[in-house]
Write a protein that binds this ligand. Structure first.
Ligand SMILES: Nc1ncnc2c1ncn2[C@@H]1O[C@H](COP(=O)(O)OP(=O)(O)O)[C@@H](O)[C@H]1O
Ligand SMILES: [Mg+2]
Length: 420
């Protein structure tokens, strides 16, 4: 750890003194002492000293602690915020993370070890953010060039892939479809929207030091250069899922929506969102923003039922499903659950089928090489290629007005259910 500048803002003098004493016993901490007790002066102090870390009492006067955290992150990043309070609940931690804090600790039982650990983690984040900013700056294109590009930019088509039942093949189809689109000369970005268990990095054998959670920390000033730095560049570009569970809870619907909007401004032809099966608010955003929603089912009664329930949510609200494509994966011609049965039960035509081929898929997924790349001519490859063709030739670039409203209403049902 290098020398670390730290400022503490805490309204209770005893607590402030205790924390200062703990900090003084940690090597390499440069504690900036002050007698500021209002937010305007606090911001001034931060902007003039550029501390690495602000330790912020939740009750600091004049402003809500989460709001103040957001402000500090927006105005003074890479400065990190560690929030402190007497009691820390799971909900307050979530709110703090969403506001951009890197930690929330209770001062009641705070030890030097715990504080050192929190500072080390914050120092790491400061270093990562500095690195992202520096390389983003280095890659900055001249303004005129950027403006010309924006003027000529074709609209990015957002394809969300979703199944209400996990294990249906959403990740497999996402990676292979992306590869197929990209081998047609199109620029494709996969957003791994399965924040908890996203596996696209593994399926594409792309290791990235960055993930979508890095963008959450830049929420206040998400610019194109920062986003490009966080994206992993390969045959198919990838905005990877967070590397751990703690980071994934920082992402919520509104933040994800903002990120997807920014991504759709970049120079991609297709943005493919690999959605989790759990209908969280971020998943709803992914479905809501889709120009085409690929709903994946398999020939199992549980999958049929789950898709029926999902479609019911939309049907109840009698909304058009013009932008929805129903795809049966692991398709077996001999199964009694024929596309006709799907049509009969779900009242929606099957747009496409992808054959079952355990050996090919297993090998490709384990090697991290999409099967469409290495197994040309196989029925499963041809099926993905023809799905890609359908998306490419689909003339209507219309925004998903129907689905959008459906999902908005689903979102409201979901929210009411949650608050009950
Ligand atoms: N067409 C297919 N034929 C055979 N196995 C498949 C096929 N598609 C996916 N699988 C297998 O199904 C499992 C789940 O696939 P995955 O893409 O991870 O689903 P999801 O992302 O929906 O959870 C994996 O073991 C994968 O190898
Ligand atoms: Mg998956």
């Amino acid at each position: 750890m290098e020398i670390m500048k730290v400022i503490v803002f805490e309204i209770l003098p005893m607590v402030g003194k205790n924390i200062a004493d703990l900090l003084k016993s940690i090597p390499l901490v440069d504690l900036i002492e002050h007698d500021v007790n209002n937010t305007e002066e606090a911001i001034e102090l931060i902007l003039s000293h550029h501390p690495d870390v602000v330790i912020l009492g939740n009750d600091f006067p004049g402003i809500d602690g989460y709001y103040f955290t957001k402000m500090i992150r927006k105005e003074a990043a890479p400065t990190q915020v560690i929030m402190i309070a007497e009691m820390v609940s799971a909900e307050s931690v979530r709110q703090a993370m969403r506001a951009g804090a890197c930690d929330f600790i209770s001062y009641k039982t705070l030890t030097v070890e715990e504080l050192s650990l929190a500072l080390e983690n914050a120092a790491q984040l400061v270093a990562e953010e500095k690195e992202i900013r520096v390389s983003a700056k280095e890659q900055k294109e001249p303004v005129a060039q950027l403006q010309a590009k924006t003027r000529t930019k074709k609209p990015t088509k957002i394809i969300s892939l979703y199944s209400p039942k996990g294990g249906s093949g959403v990740s497999t189809i996402t990676t292979n479809l992306a590869w197929s689109l990209s081998s047609n000369g199109l620029k494709v970005l996969i957003v791994d929207g399965d924040f908890l268990f996203g596996d696209i990095g593994v399926l594409l054998n792309q290791q990235s030091n960055h993930s979508i959670s890095d963008l959450v920390r830049f929420e206040g000033n998400l610019d194109e250069d920062v986003i490009k730095e966080v994206i992993n560049h390969g045959d198919v570009d990838l905005l990877a899922a967070p590397s751990n569970v703690e980071k994934s809870v920082e992402i919520n619907g509104p933040i994800f929506e903002k990120i997807v909007k920014e991504l759709s401004q970049l120079d991609y032809d297709f943005l493919l969102i690999n959605s989790a099966s759990h209908l969280s608010d971020s998943t709803i955003v992914a479905l809501e923003m889709a120009d085409t929603l690929i709903l994946v089912g398999t020939q199992e009664i549980s999958s049929l039922r789950a898709n029926g329930l999902f479609l019911d949510l939309t049907r109840t609200l009698s909304i058009s499903r013009d932008n929805l494509m129903l795809v049966i994966n692991r398709f077996d011609k001999g199964s009694i659950l024929t596309p006709g049965k799907f049509n009969e039960y779900l009242k929606i035509a099957v747009s496409h089928t992808i054959p079952q081929d355990y050996g090919t898929v297993l090998l490709a997924n384990n090697l991290g090489v999409p099967f469409v790349k290495d197994h040309k001519g196989l029925p499963i490859t041809l099926a993905i290629e023809s799905l890609a063709d359908m998306l490419i030739t689909e003339k209507s670039q219309k925004k998903a007005s129907g689905v959008s409203q459906v999902i908005k209403s689903v979102a409201s049902i979901f929210k009411t259910k949650k608050t009950k």
